[in-house]
Ligand binder design. Structure first.
Ligand code: MRU
Length: 352
């Protein structure tokens, strides 16, 4: 089943509530753009491509719910909904990318009237979601060539079917290698503070029958230094035009330890995550989340620190491009110099 889908009858955006995993697999319906924005903010749905697809359906939903009788009236409602959705989380490029694509679709049919605009929005959101699955499968094919039989792969956060519409990016590479018959073992970074590795990646690997062990984030350096890791695989929330990467907090330290131990560090991304408008990672907005996520890991009223402790909770960090061995995209594997290879890949993806 897909992480995100469209229910045309209600209408509603249907998602897996990732806050409830691994204990319960719960599907929820989001009935308006406010609920869609809240689900992204509260991380019921998370992962850059999944956020993008959810927001796209959220804008299609805004179209369905708008009572505007004119194209201009509908356009005004769509712009307001897009602003609300865009503000839900700041770091993932895919959010703005998906909303801009849907707005462009509506704009292109302004002259055809509001009913056509509404229909086209739903069609475009569906197309974007379908393409995400196809793009991930191609990333998997390209990336699997980099995984040897018997390899131990270290993975950070969750980049699987849950983080996308289906299949996954970095985890999709591992799945493809596994499906090809290669024996792959995954060291799963637990990924504090939200535990996307321990809760979500481990849950997915269980479903796929792929061998894994969960490690604390702090243990990654030990495994890399002692020669127990063949490859490190991560995803990204935003890639700047020079190849700097914003990804889940802890990625930078992982990249440093990989480089120090000559372990290849690969970043698997759809080209929709590449933001050519930014010269470097310095200008990527980094989300800082509620300190309660650090102080009470399960957010169940069981604090792990003294009462009144303060905490900081940046959700992402920047890994400089010099630490990245290659990017795995739907276009192929990209090597340095990244300013050239990334912009070529984006152009090629736009052509196809
Ligand atoms: O805060 P999250 O869980 O949304 O962060 C997700 C990540 O950092 C992923 O690595 C990234 O979005 C790529 S998912 C294919």
């Amino acid at each position: 089943m897909r992480t995100i889908s469209w229910d045309s009858k209600t209408p509603a955006v249907r998602i897996i509530d990732q806050r409830r995993l691994p204990a319960d697999l719960v599907i929820i319906d989001l009935h308006n753009p406010q609920e869609v924005a809240a689900s992204i903010r509260q991380m019921a749905v998370r992962g850059a491509p999944a956020i993008g697809a959810t927001a796209a359906f959220g804008l299609a939903l805004a179209g369905q719910l708008s009572t505007a009788g004119s194209a201009q009236g509908l356009w005004d409602d769509l712009e307001a909904a897009a602003t609300l959705l865009r503000d839900a989380r700041p770091t993932a490029t895919n959010l703005g990318w998906a909303l801009d694509r849907l707005l462009q679709t509506a704009h292109d049919s302004l002259e055809k009237g509001p009913q056509t605009m509404r229909r086209r929005l739903v069609e475009e959101a569906q197309k974007l979601a379908d393409e995400d699955v196809e793009v991930n499968r191609r990333i998997g094919q390209h990336g699997a060539d980099l995984i040897n039989d018997g390899a131990t792969v270290l993975h950070h956060c969750n980049t699987g079917a849950l983080a996308t519409v289906d299949y996954g990016t970095a985890l999709g590479v591992i799945r493809t290698a596994h499906d090809q018959g290669k024996r792959v073992h995954v060291l799963v970074d637990e990924t504090r503070p939200r535990l996307q590795g321990a809760r979500l990646t481990a849950w997915e690997l269980d479903q796929y029958g792929i061998s894994y062990e969960i490690i604390t984030d702090n243990a990654a350096g030990y495994f890399l230094h002692s020669g127990q890791v063949a490859t490190v695989l991560v995803g990204a929330d935003r890639v700047a035009s020079n190849g700097d990467v914003a990804n889940k907090i802890g990625t930078y330290m992982l990249a440093l330890a990989s480089n120090d131990n000559d372990v290849p560090f690969y970043c698997a991304v759809p080209t929709s995550t590449i933001d050519l408008s930014l010269p470097s990672g310095e200008t990527i907005p980094i989300e800082e989340r509620d300190p309660a996520e650090v102080l009470d890991l399960q957010r169940q009223g069981q604090p792990i620190a003294p009462d009144g402790s303060r905490a900081r909770n940046p959700a992402f960090d920047i890994t400089p491009s010099r630490l990245i061995t290659a990017f795995i995209t739907e276009i192929g594997v990209l090597h340095p110099p990244y300013p050239t290879s990334l912009s070529r890949a984006v152009k090629e993806a736009q052509r196809t």
